[in-house]
Design a protein around this ligand. Structure first.
Ligand code: NAD
Length: 254
């Protein structure tokens, strides 16, 4: 499939994990990609792998609007257009109990995960209106059900509401906005919790955690013309964990 031939995508937090898998998938399907992250070395390695004709690395802290505008500008300068924004940056950065979390920590969590995505959309929008492009934001099952991590979950739920409202507002002008909500995915995010992925995988109806490629496939669908009539959607890619009782092993199993 060459669904991204002649198309240009910008992916945030693309040095590793889900973002890197999305970048690989877009290039594999014929697109050009601007990979952005804090980790310049890893971005450079990824561009070397993908080929500098099809990939450009730009160092970007998504909490800086100035850096976002510079990255979007670099993408358009290099490839002449922008068709897809993948808002992948975000992380759970709060350790306190929710009953104790300080306002400044709430702000840090929302800035990294929700406000950053809004800022990327604002910056990319003029180019997406021109290309009749689209945005895919990586939320989480934490935004859809109560799995813990209150502040992170609120930010992830906020991404869903934000996406629905942008979708309603810009549909008539040809720009689509969608969300992928992953369950647990095997990425470096889990490196400091040995054994966690194996333990969690057993709780999933499909009896494994997800791989970054599982998410990249869903992003590629939503970002491509295959989803030309899809906007405002949140697509959970989660091995069945939202089935609830089954996820807790209370469901009927053989
Ligand atoms: N891994 C999971 O189990 C999982 C599950 C659901 C949702 N998600 C979501 O998927 C997205 C990607 O997660 P992952 O596990 O692939 O990530 P990861 O932990 O493997 O990588 C995160 C990347 O974000 C970059 N980063 C951190 N702060 C940044 C900033 N301020 N600006 C730009 N880049 C920054 C890091 O350098 C790193 O390369 C996140 O939004 C995460 O919340 C992940």
């Amino acid at each position: 499939m060459q669904r991204f031939a002649e198309k240009v995508a910008l992916v945030t937090a693309a040095a590793q994990g889900i973002g890197a898998a999305v970048a690989r998938r877009i290039v594999a399907e014929g697109g050009a990609v601007v990979v952005t992250d804090l980790q310049q070395d890893k971005l450079d390695e990824l561009v070397a792998e993908l080929g500098s004709d099809q990939a450009l690395a730009v160092k970007l802290d998504v909490t800086s609007r100035e850096e976002i505008d510079a990255a979007v500008g670099a993408a358009v300068e290099r490839f002449g257009r922008l068709d897809v924004l993948v808002n992948n940056a975000g992380a759970c950065i709060i350790n306190s109990r929710p009953e104790d979390t300080l306002p400044e920590d709430w702000h840090r969590q929302l800035d990294l995960t929700l406000v950053s995505a809004a800022q990327c959309i604002q910056s990319a929008l003029p180019h997406l209106l021109e290309s009749r492009g689209n945005v895919v934001t990586i939320s989480s099952v934490n935004g859809l059900a109560a799995f813990g991590n209150t502040e992170y979950s609120a930010a992830k739920a906020g991404q869903v509401a934000m996406t629905q409202n942008f979708a309603a507002r810009f549909g008539s002008r040809g720009v689509r906005f969608n969300v992928v909500a992953p369950g647990t995915i095997r990425t470096p995010n889990w490196d400091n919790q040995p054994g966690a992925l194996e333990r969690l995988g057993k709780l999933y109806p499909l009896r494994r955690v997800g791989e970054p490629e599982d998410i990249a496939a869903a992003v590629a669908y939503l970002a491509s013309d295959d989803a030309a009539w899809v906007t405002g959607l949140t697509l959970p890619i989660e091995g069945g964990v939202l089935l609830g009782a089954a996820a807790l092993n209370l469901g009927v199993t053989d």
